[in-house]
Design a protein. Structure first.
Length: 51
């Protein structure tokens, strides 16, 4: 659930034109706690080109 919220924060910050560097770091940290982080890392990765 935390990871989904972090991805939503990334989406909203991108839509508002705000910096996402810190949000990316927080999302990656939350994702590392998952048993299977691959699917969520893929979603987060889609934002990395925008940082």
């Amino acid at each position: 659930m935390e990871c989904q919220c972090r991805v939503e924060i990334l989406r909203l910050r991108k839509a508002l034109g705000l910096p996402i560097d810190a949000a990316l770091k927080e999302a990656r940290a939350a994702t590392e706690k998952l048993k299977n982080p691959a699917p969520m890392m893929e979603k987060i990765g889609s934002f990395e080109s925008f940082s």
